[in-house]
Design a protein. Structure first.
Length: 238
């Protein structure tokens, strides 16, 4: 079944890339949100269905319609499809530039406005990427998702948090909404694609107000949020 699921995943991504490109050309690439929410969100749901993965969303309120910085833990390849399947309103994503090597992903990403990142060993390039993203987001008022861990952490623990997400939220004066993604350990493919059928629980935690944050306490703010994720990991992981 694994080769069939992998082929079906690639086929769905290719069809979505063709659809996004065709609609983009027809609309002069002016409706990024339409491409994202009408094509890419259903793509995420379809890929989860191919892999037999159900998503249980736990939240007390709808996702905010105002500018928000979403963050989450990052344990698995599954996370990407879960996140796009959520349909976060008017939301862009930070993703590893490595994913552009997958041609369908590259096409989709460029058209829906992904912010492509580089590894931590290139701090000056990362700084410029975040500065450009902040300028764009201030202008558009869009929300954004990024992982503070920056990579898939497959040990079952919460990894080191980078400062980029917190600096960006402070720069925008936008709240942070943490998402905790709980994938059963027995079904989690980690950095691979051999996921098993399961239910993935997504817990939407209360917004964190960043308007009173200061740059000199940025690391303390980051550590406070990471500590919350550590507690949620103990509470929710399976």
């Amino acid at each position: 079944m694994y080769p069939i699921r992998l082929a079906a995943t690639f086929l769905l991504m290719t069809l979505a890339a063709v659809a996004v490109l065709a609609v983009g050309i027809a609309t002069f690439f002016q409706f990024r949100r339409v491409y994202s929410e009408w094509i890419v969100t259903p793509l995420g749901k379809a890929i989860l269905a191919v892999w037999g993965i159900r998503m249980a969303l736990h939240r007390s309120d709808p996702f905010p319609r105002t500018q928000t910085v979403y963050i989450s833990n990052h344990t698995s390849t599954i996370d990407m499809f879960v996140l796009i399947a959520l349909g976060l309103p008017s939301c862009r994503f930070f993703l590893s530039g490595y994913l552009r090597r997958l041609i369908p992903m590259g096409i989709i990403g460029y058209i829906i406005g992904i912010f492509w990142t580089v590894p931590q060993q290139y701090p000056e390039r990362r700084r410029r990427i975040f500065e450009r993203a902040a300028r764009r987001l201030r202008r558009t008022g869009e929300s954004v998702y990024l992982s503070p861990e920056g990579e898939r952490v497959t040990t079952g623990e919460i990894g080191h948090f980078n400062k980029g997400a917190f600096h960006l939220a402070m720069d925008l004066g936008a709240p942070i909404v943490p998402l905790f993604i709980a994938i059963p350990a027995a079904a989690n493919p980690g950095k691979g694609m051999r996921g098993r059928a399961c239910t993935v629980d997504v817990y939407v935690k209360p917004p964190i107000d960043t308007r009173s944050w200061s740059l000199d306490r940025l690391e303390a703010h980051r550590d406070s949020v990471r500590n919350a994720f550590v507690a949620w990991n103990e509470e929710h992981r399976r």
